[in-house]
Design a protein around this ligand. Sequence first.
Ligand code: NAD
Length: 359
Amino acid sequence: MSVRTACSLPRAARLRTPGSLRRWPSTTSSVQSARAFSTTLHRDATWGFVGLGQMGYNMAKNLRAKIPAADTLIIRDVNEETTKRFAAEAHEAARSADENRVEIAQNAREVAEKSTVMITSLPESQHVIDVFHSILKEGELPALEEERLFIDTSTIDPVTSKDIANAIHTTQAGRFVDAPVSGGVVGARAGTLSFMFGASSQTGQLLERVRGVLAHMGKKAWHLGEPGSGVSGKLANNYMLAINNIATAEAMNLGIRWGLDPKALAELINSSTGRCWPSEVNNPVPGVVESAPASRGYEGGFGVSLMNKDLRLALSAAEKSGTPLALGDQARQVYNAVEEAHRGKDFSVVYQWLQNKSE
Ligand code: NAD
């Protein structure tokens, strides 16, 4: 079947159907044998970053600051203003014209062609599919000294992530690793993110290489298993976070309505079995934890829309794997309503929504 016929399929199906991969030009074995990689990063290497949003911009900035000054970072975002600003800031930070080189690519394929390591940070599964499809549909990538490493840090659904890994590996375009992040914009800015990644553990070299790259943007990296396991781990964690946040808001609301002092109640919970991140660090009651978003009008922090997106992904992944979730649908109804009422606020605003309901 021709590429044109393949492109008439729904995009997700094109990446998912192994048969469709055979429609893209395949690589030759001689090219493949030249692609063995070492963990040593070469000087004057080219790195790629696609998706310079709230997370990506800061991650790419840390990457640029930590890779050798003579290396090049090639960036791509659909928002031109963002890439221009990034390049201008890097140029300003450079001590000489030969340092901190940043190039702006016209499309993701150009980034993939030039980079030995390409990182993506995109909003949703469909954006990641679009980017990787645009790379693979043009056929074989030119050979580089090292095998290409694609690291997707977006939070997407595990099935899509596995499909993309499969497409990259089957076409022998390189290695694909899913490495979603925890730590938010603050962690991205400070370079203290935690990554959970899925990568074939057949070669220890690959894991070391991935850890080396992630260390430029974060502090911790857990290898959870084969491709797709990074996003699975992320969604399991965030499902629990979504529920813990509602439970904390409900328990605090309940205690306060019974006449308990909010700080005393939080202290008790945090020394007892109810303790969790929303109760201890991100307490939803204003004034209980001074550094929490609740104490500054629920500004900053982890947006309720992002929480709702991760919950949606977790529920859909649970359904695809036939896993029952007793609280999933109810939690989704809560976040849908809270998102509608308090869009843009930190997800702990669930407490304020409950309070409004109680009045
Ligand atoms: P964002 O929307 O701020 O940034 C996404 C960027 O991707 C934007 O700059 C957009 O222009 C760009 N983009 C979209 N389609 C593109 C394409 N086809 N080619 C090139 N660029 C494209 O999102 P974000 O908050 O930075 O989040 C990125 C990912 O990280 C998401 O999957 C999110 O769930 C996850 N995440 C976010 C946070 C957070 O606190 N923001 C925390 C953990 C994980």
